[in-house]
Design a binder for this molecule. Structure first.
Ligand SMILES: *Cc1c(COP(=O)(O)O)cnc(C)c1O
Length: 426
């Protein structure tokens, strides 16, 4: 289906009339298990000699339709859908890692991801070398013989920073390790990390892909381009004891990572997306390009207005001339720099809290990428568990408020900010 344009793929990829009923929309296959034709059929499925449905912890037709759609939109060969964005991150790294292994990661990340990479990893014997990804020499210096991936976000949460994915991809290639890109805040409509050289793309489908704040979910999209037999990834290249010594890369080639993610990752870790969630996300994706164009147009207008407001010290939107990432955003995100950014208030922490409490149209929530405009004071919420240094490095300093601009009328969004800023600076 890849010969079609994005608007066509977002509606049709992965979906076909239901073979049993002719249903045009993807049915919600609300079932746990699937009847085997006979004992031989069951054995072939369990041996991975035949592809088919066994049990919904591994695969489900509704979830598979979403995986196929996401793979088409990102330009990958396959996808693994997960129960949340955080599950997708763990699941993405699980086939690559082992005790004593590390990843090199950007410091500019979603707050929960920083916590996962520092606290949770320790319990697996994994570790993270955090670096400023604008310093390419520092990225190279952080890679050692135990590094198994480089990790970054396209537009780094809480907004304003655009990662130079092609530059990081070059370094990853040179060292024989995959580049894993969290493309949640850009979506495949605004950015295609695989075309820029990424090996794996991860998503919190909770955000723009679903687009209406209804369900949590995640996904990993596999470019199918990495050589897993370079000696660093035994899970994918060496005999797998849980499948009678099957070698995933040798057997499945470009689909090795996807098959491993489902046959081992989902089967044994169980971070599975449910078919109801897949349904909501499939619905959301049908209008992704329309929504993203509106998100971007609104964000551009609101950011430009905010920048001129006397109570505002700075606005980090990469679509503004004042942004140090304007040129990079135009080069890597030609359709727009997303709809997530931070505003620094002259009144500091107190003014930020007052602003958040005074906004009426905006919802004060720990979410982003909703049709609704959202606001949060990162330092006192999502990035609260971090040290002041980590908060600053992550772009979540105490005088910053994060805005996720929705698809309402831009004038109404601006009017709400206007009345709240008047109260915050009174
Ligand atoms: C929300 C988010 C996550 C975590 O996703 P969940 O679905 O909430 O688990 C990871 N990365 C980014 C960039 C996010 O915005």
């Amino acid at each position: 289906m890849t010969e079609f344009g994005f608007d066509t793929l977002q509606i049709h990829a992965g979906a076909r009339p239901d073979p049993a009923t002719g249903a045009r929309q993807v049915p919600i296959y609300q079932t746990t298990a699937y009847v085997f034709r006979d004992a031989d059929h069951a054995a072939a499925l369990f041996n991975l000699q035949e592809v088919g449905y066994i049990y919904s912890r591994l695969t489900n037709p509704t979830v598979a339709a979403l995986g196929e759609r996401l793979a088409a939109l990102e330009g990958g060969v396959g996808a693994i859908c997960t129960s949340s964005g955080h599950a997708a991150q763990i699941m993405a790294l699980y086939p690559l890692m082992g005790p004593g292994k590390n990843i090199v990661s950007s410091t500019r990340l979603y707050g929960g991801t920083i916590t996962q990479f520092t606290q949770v990893f320790k319990r697996f014997g994994w570790s993270t070398n955090f670096v400023d990804t604008d310093d390419l020499a520092a990225v190279e210096a952080a890679i050692d013989e135990n590094t198994r991936a480089i990790f970054c976000e396209t537009i780094a949460n809480p907004g304003g920073y655009v990662t130079d994915i092609p530059a990081l991809a070059k370094i990853a290639d040179k060292h024989g390790i995959p580049l894993v890109v969290d493309n949640t805040t850009a979506t495949p409509y605004l950015a295609k990390p695989i075309e820029m050289g990424a090996t794996l793309v991860v998503h919190s489908t909770t955000k723009y892909l679903t687009g209406n704040g209804t369900v949590t979910g995640g996904a990993i999209i596999d470019s199918g381009k990495f050589n897993w037999s370079n000696g660093k990834f035994p899970s994918l290249s060496e005999p797998e004891p849980a499948y009678h010594g099957l070698k995933f890369h040798e057997t499945f080639g470009a689909l090795a990572y996807t098959f491993f993610g489902i046959a081992i990752g989902l089967r044994d870790l169980g971070m599975t997306m449910n078919p109801q969630a897949a349904h909501y996300t499939l619905m959301g994706i049908e209008t992704l390009s329309l929504r993203m164009d509106k998100h971007v147009a609104n964000a551009q207008k609101v950011a430009a207005w905010l920048e001129k407001h006397p109570a505002v010290e700075a606005v980090t939107y990469p679509g503004l001339d004042s942004s140090p990432y304007k040129e990079r955003a135009q080069r890597l995100l030609p359709k727009g720099a997303g709809a997530l950014f931070t505003v620094a208030l002259k009144g500091g922490y107190e003014a930020c809290v007052k602003l958040v409490d005074s906004l009426e149209l905006f919802s004060h929530v720990a979410n982003l990428g909703d049709a609704r405009s959202l606001v949060i004071h990162s330092a006192s919420t999502t990035h609260r568990q971090l040290t002041p240094e980590q908060q600053k490095a992550a772009g979540a300093a105490p005088n910053l408020v994060r805005l996720s601009i929705g698809i309402e009328n831009a004038d109404d969004i601006i009017a709400d900010l206007d009345q709240a800023l008047a109260k915050a600076s009174a």
